[in-house]
Unconditional design. Structure first.
Length: 523
């Protein structure tokens, strides 16, 4: 049996600085229509955090006849608290009043969990050639990855906000006679702040205690695998497996000062363009815009999505691999991995149109819903990766030769279209008024999981020669060739869509073939 303890205490000896020396401007065809105000202008914010993980575990393994069992339990306790220097003051244009939050005076994380891990292996025929394997376990979100779920008071007050810019001929935002950026209400040159609490000590981001404290509320993933391993010939094995990951305790951010009825639905018709699926002209519906009488009323609550409605996120796939260790140092490995991801937050979005994910909890490409992203359910197609490795020693010259090959699916493609008030007014379901937050919104015209870039195939070669000078001395000379076929596969595209514009222009391609020569001397 094995018992263990893992723990730590991170002190905020290094503070985090957030430089905000400019006011950001959004333009449409060169005409400004929105400005973004940063609380620290012109200065910086400084903050720190304590992260205190305390973990205990116990595990054991039993073998009886042809059956081997592994089991373990882990107790996790994660704690955070925060330190903060005063912020604001006379030198801050947008925050002349100084505020501070003493260390330990605000809410922090305090999670407790007990998680199991189980593994089973069974020699099916008792000859050591066929094995059935099963494993399952619950794995908790790491505390080190919780920057998107940071309860630091500096991040809980509104440090940034937007407001419409109403004077297209005036680019001097900080000295406009018709707009004082420190005043939250509407003025001749600028509309109201999107967050009326900007620049105050009022928390507009709060956390449900049931989400950040207690037992069983920490984000997790259940990981399960079932595989069969078969010996095909001496030193040649085939493995076929099915694997599934299911995420839980997904969180969302809900503006509690608005209801579903405070958002007006509208739709947008995609422009005609032969590069779009079906040539364009499709209707993107399920978009929302906040009613003008609710603009600036913000009180965000981080909560478990399951409190509002059902949420689903999982990945499942199949792996097939072959491992052959043949004679004279010849080794061949290769296989395929095929899988897909499914996300569904439609039940939550129907009740909370403005819902957004808590970034630390949702893995990349997860439940990315918002008022202008209607794709609350995404079922990706099964996508396959293929990898291979061959290595052998050429006896007569003593050169080790290795060749690796990868074939990976291409990047997902989006068509982010800037829809103006005029475009929305001409849509199948017009809004009936101008947008409350500015002159345009950005809408993805392609449902996620529908279009991908080309598959990337990559071949690498390595040659190495060992030179022995004595029993304890040797030199290794190696030559590496990357991207042997010199493929120029596109790795990233311009996803900003303009009819007839630069959409799908490559922004990054595979690095060209290159050589590297290396040497190593051991003594």
């Amino acid at each position: 049996m094995k018992f263990g303890y893992q723990g730590g205490f991170s002190t905020p000896t290094k503070n985090y600085y957030y430089d905000s020396t400019v006011i950001q401007v959004r333009t449409n065809n060169g005409i400004p229509n929105q400005i973004t105000e940063n609380l620290a202008y012109p200065g910086w914010l400084r903050t720190g955090r304590h992260v205190i993980p305390v973990n205990l575990y116990a595990q054991d393994q039993w073998t009886r006849d042809r059956l081997t069992l592994q089991g373990g339990l882990r107790w996790d306790n994660g704690i955070t608290n925060y330190t903060s220097d005063p912020i604001g003051g006379p030198d801050y244009i947008l925050m002349p009043k100084q505020i501070s939050f003493p260390t330990g005076s605000t809410q922090g994380i305090s999670w407790k969990d007990i998680t199991p891990r189980v593994g089973v292996a069974y020699d099916l025929f008792g000859n050591g050639k066929t094995a059935l394997k099963f494993n399952t376990g619950k794995y908790m979100e790491g505390l080190s990855s919780l920057f998107g779920l940071d309860l630091n008071p500096i991040f809980r007050i509104p440090t940034m906000t937007t407001r419409p810019w109403l004077n297209p001929t005036n680019f001097n935002f900080t000295n406009s006679p018709g707009c004082n950026l420190a005043i939250p209400t509407a003025q001749p040159d600028c509309g109201p702040m999107a967050n009326q609490s900007f620049g105050t000590e009022v928390f507009n981001t709060n956390y449900d205690p049931a989400m950040v404290t207690g037992w069983g509320s920490r984000p997790y993933v259940w990981s399960t695998g079932l595989s069969v391993q078969q010996e095909l010939a001496p030193r040649v094995a085939l493995t076929v497996g099915y694997y599934r990951n299911a995420w839980g305790n997904l969180s969302v951010v809900d503006n509690t000062r608005t209801l579903a009825s405070d958002y007006t639905p509208f739709s947008v018709r995609a422009p005609l363009d032969s590069r779009l699926p079906g040539g364009g002209g499709n209707v993107v519906s399920g978009l929302y815009d906040l009613n003008p009488n609710k603009v600036g009323q913000v009180s965000n609550l981080h909560d478990l999505g399951s409190v509002i409605g059902d949420e689903t996120m999982n990945w499942q796939g199949f792996d097939v691999s072959v491992n052959a260790r043949l004679r004279q140092g010849f080794t061949v490995q290769g296989g395929t991995s095929t899988g897909r991801r499914l996300t569904d937050a439609c039940a939550v979005r129907a009740l909370v149109p403005e819902v957004t994910p808590s970034t630390a909890i949702v893995p990349a490409g997860g439940l990315l819903t918002s008022v202008t992203n209607p794709y609350c359910r995404v079922v990706e197609p099964y996508r396959t990766s293929v990898t291979g490795l061959a290595s052998c020693l050429v006896p007569k010259v003593g050169v080790q030769t290795s060749l690796t090959w990868q074939s990976n699916p291409g990047p997902e493609i989006a068509a982010n279209y800037v829809a103006s008030n005029a475009v929305i007014a001409a849509g199948p379901q017009p809004l009936g008024r101008p947008l409350s937050g500015g002159a345009n919104v950005t809408v993805n015209l392609i449902q996620p999981g529908m279009q991908y870039g080309p598959v990337r195939n990559n071949l690498d070669l390595r040659l190495s020669k060992v030179l022995k000078f004595a029993t304890t001395k040797r030199a290794i000379i190696s030559v590496d060739v990357y991207n042997l076929s010199n493929s120029d596969t596109v790795l990233a595209f311009n996803n900003s869509f303009v009819p007839g514009g630069a959409w799908l222009t490559p922004t990054r391609i595979a690095p060209a073939r290159y050589f590297k020569i290396g040497g190593q001397f051991d003594f």
